[in-house]
Design a protein around this ligand. Structure first.
Ligand code: GLN
Ligand code: ZN
Length: 764
């Protein structure tokens, strides 16, 4: 049985690349040292796969920053503003590359970075190619060829991975004039041909071409271009064996296109597209080899061999084992590196998990088992069955009370007592807020001291009491200062939180944490998502202590501050044995309990942050409604237990609201604060058009930059907002939380913000 892997994590088992990159950027190590780190990572990755007996090991899946940016550099898709850097002798191609990723502010230059956005529906961010009308391309970086040669020297014949032409173009953004991006095909094609020519003449037999857009809705023209591209390449390179890689979903109505292409192997994601297998087996011509992406590249659970082998058996029975390959569902870029390094996880939980290194073994074991008639008696099969059997009945996972509570949720539980029109006057009477009430989004600066206290506390250098006392002082300072400058609804500042999801996960049941389960988010930034392994519930209050402490210090309202169920779900590794919606509902109930406890403690304004609602949208539009239905319902369950007088806020970071506005409205938060300043309030258009009835706080200044906004700027933005939204509905607040800022700029900016609110009240 042939096996392949679509890509391997490249940040290093101990995040070596992250550290080396950051040192290089800070000028602390030389290029040669950085390159040595990279070389070592590549060598180790190849070796791990070779040792597991993987038949086709990828190359060019390594990247210093991002694989899409690598490809832009390969093709010479370099935006014009970087031209001056190219003629600057002292600057290497690698420096140009980092300049494109991070911007360049040195030697009299001030060049902005390229934009970054989410890679499909993952938490990985890629650098968005920029396209100009009539743009020409030239082969600029030979990375893909060099890495092939590097592996070959080590005795490993790899399959280079490249990004398909149509997917590459569709990942980009059209700049200056608007034009059809497919008009660039003719200019781009010769570079693809040149790359493939160099690879084949170095001896590459297989090339993996990633075409993830094949799992999305495509236009006729896009489909035709895909067809044209593969036919053209095959006609020029008749001996080349193309592995066409699709992932993150089913091919759906692109199935006949994909199976009809002149390729050697079609890779399909069976984790996300299990039900599509039959259709593909039916439609694929008999010569086509199918690579079954059966080991989940995006989650951390051990593969269920029984289930996987049933699918593999079905495929082999229809096509014969020569035509079937075993693989990971997608690149393992989205998996943490190695489970063996986890020494603190409970053994029971650990036996259910597999990180990248373990997933490689699974691919190889599945291939062996699939052709073993005596598979039931092998050690690997039996161990796998045992782990899954014990998972099905584990008391750690299954909690009858939680399941019953979810089943008993009623319509009433997901609805506030009265509609907004009734609640609003009651809240205004209870809260006595002025017109244009001012507030902030939750966090205040996480200064070096605050972070040091936490680190010391974790290391045992501060006692729990000492740590608590320090945080109390910091919180008290923040409350006093907010009173002094005249903010209307105060926040406690979130000093006790490391991260808005981790803080909740650490206290909820059903969650666990890894020591080293890092996944690349973008560039050198990695995240360590919590693991939701079991039924989630709240065994004790989560935030009541800090909120009521803060409230005890002031007569003004202090806003309770919670992370919403969809965001907690979205930013964690989630169970695969029950639907995501069910886990989300369990979290919603836990948050609901917390909301009610806060209300009991006389917290009358409670914010439930949901910045991740939009990013959870499925890739195909037909699936949006069902996702939004359960996601919005989960939010409503978390928010709806309270009295009419209690004001529920929600917050979302930068999102396009146009196509989901009715669902945002259906969340029925009394107040929504959104990131708005960089879009010059244009995001409010969707709210205005929909006649969004509840209150809104469009952010009046960008918190991502240390720059202090002027009063004029903020006034100008609010005037624009008034054009969209009646002023009785408007709140005044920054774009997002202030934890990454310093106090110095925060103080100036918020004082100015309060001033403009006073100004506006005078005027109206
Ligand atoms: N309450 C959170 C904070 O202020 C919200 C962060 C977010 O929206 N990402 O930090
Ligand atoms: Zn935000």
């Amino acid at each position: 049985m042939q096996t392949q892997v679509l890509g391997y994590p490249r940040i290093g088992s101990q995040r070596e690349l992250k550290k080396a990159n950051e040192q290089y950027w800070a000028g602390k190590i030389k290029k040669e040292e950085l390159e040595l780190v990279a070389e070592t990572i590549r060598y180790q990755n190849w070796q791990i796969q070779k040792n597991e007996g993987i038949s086709l090991i990828p190359s060019n899946d390594f990247s210093f920053y991002d694989q899409v940016l690598d490809w832009s550099l390969t093709l010479g898709a370099i935006p014009k503003r970087y031209q001056p850097l190219r003629t600057n002798e002292g600057l290497s191609l690698l420096d140009l590359y980092f300049a494109m990723a991070r911007g360049y502010q040195k030697d009299g230059y001030d060049i902005t970075a390229m934009e970054m956005t989410k890679w499909f529906d993952t938490n990985y961010h890629y650098i968005v190619p920029e396209f100009y009308k009539g743009q020409t391309f030239e082969l600029t970086s030979l990375k893909v060829v060099e890495e092939y040669k590097e592996a070959k020297k080590l005795g490993i014949k790899t399959k280079p991975v490249i990004l398909g032409l149509v997917s590459y173009l569709l990942l980009g953004k059209v700049k200056e004039d608007s034009f059809n991006v497919l008009s660039l095909v003719d200019n781009l094609l010769p570079i693809y041909i040149e790359v493939i020519k160099q690879l084949t003449s170095e001896g590459a037999e297989y090339i993996q071409i990633d075409e993830p857009f094949l799992v999305l809705d495509l236009t006729v023209e896009q489909k035709q271009t895909i067809e044209f591209f593969y036919k053209h390449i095959q006609s020029l390179f008749p001996n080349l064996k193309i592995i066409l890689a699709t992932y993150f979903g089913e091919l759906g109505d692109n199935t006949s296109l994909a199976v009809g292409l002149p390729i050697e192997v079609l890779h399909i994601d069976l984790v996300r597209g299990e039900n599509a297998l039959e259709k593909i087996l039916d439609e694929a011509p008999s010569y086509l080899k199918l690579s079954l992406g059966i080991v989940d590249g995006r989650n951390i659970w051990k593969n269920d061999y029984q289930k996987s082998l049933a699918l593999i058996d079905q495929a082999i029975a229809t096509r014969g084992k020569e035509k079937i390959w075993i693989s990971t569902s997608c690149s393992l870029l989205h998996s943490p590196f190695d489970l063996d390094g986890e020494t603190k996880l409970s053994d029971e939980i650990k036996q259910w998990l597999a990180f990248a290194k373990q997933k490689i073994s699974e691919v190889s074991e599945l291939a062996k088992l699939s052709v073993n008639v005596d598979r039931e008696n092998t050690v690997s099969y039996q161990a796998n069955i045992k782990a899954h059997n014990n998972k099905r009945v584990s008391k750690l996972i299954h909690n009858e009370a939680v399941k019953q509570r979810v089943n008993k949720i009623t319509e009433a539980d997901a609805n506030r007592l009265a509609p907004f029109a009734v609640r609003q006057p009651l809240q205004h009477a209870a809260l006595e807020l002025p017109l244009f009430p001012t507030t902030t989004i939750g966090s205040f600066p996480q200064t070096t001291e605050v972070r040091q206290w936490r680190a010391k506390f974790k290391k045992g250098e501060l006692t729990a009491q000492e740590y608590e006392d320090l945080l109390k002082e910091e919180t008290a300072r923040a409350i006093k200062w907010q009173e002094e400058i005249g903010l209307d609804v105060l926040v406690h500042g979130e000093f006790e939180r490391n991260d808005m999801v981790e803080y909740f996960g650490e206290q909820l049941e059903g969650f666990t944490f890894t020591q080293n389960g890092w996944v690349q988010s973008y560039g050198s930034r990695c995240v360590k998502p919590p693991v939701i392994y079991g039924d989630v519930y709240r065994s004790q209050p989560l935030t009541v202590f800090w909120s009521s402490y803060a409230q005890s210090l002031t007569d003004k309202q202090v806003k309770g501050m919670l992370t919403g169920p969809v965001t907690i779900l979205q930013w964690s590794f989630v169970r695969n044995d029950i639907p995501r919606s069910e886990t989300c509902t369990q979290i919603a109930l836990a948050i609901r309990d917390e909301v009610l406890d806060l209300e009991k403690e006389n917290i009358q304004v409670i914010q439930i942050d949901e910045p991740a609602i939009r990013e959870g949208l499925p890739l195909r539009k037909v699936e949006w409604d069902s996702y939004l239905d359960w996601a919005v319902r989960a939010f409503r369950i978390s928010a709806s237990g309270v009295k009419n007088e209690t004001q529920i806020h929600t917050h979302m970071c930068y999102s396009e609201f146009n196509d989901i506005i009715e669902h945002i409205a259906a969340m029925d938060a009394d107040v929504i604060t959104i990131e708005c300043s960089r879009s010059q309030m244009e995001l409010l258009d969707a709210f205005a058009e929909f006649k969004y009835p509840n209150e809104i706080g469009p952010g009046v200044y960008d918190i991502h930059s240390p720059r202090v906004p002027t009063e004029e700027e903020m006034l100008h933005l609010i005037k624009k907002a008034e054009y969209y939204i009646p002023n009785k509905q408007l709140w005044i607040n920054p774009d997002c939380g202030l934890k990454t800022r310093h106090w110095e700029e925060t103080e100036k900016a918020l004082i100015a913000m309060v001033n403009i609110a006073k100004e506006l009240r005078k005027e109206s």
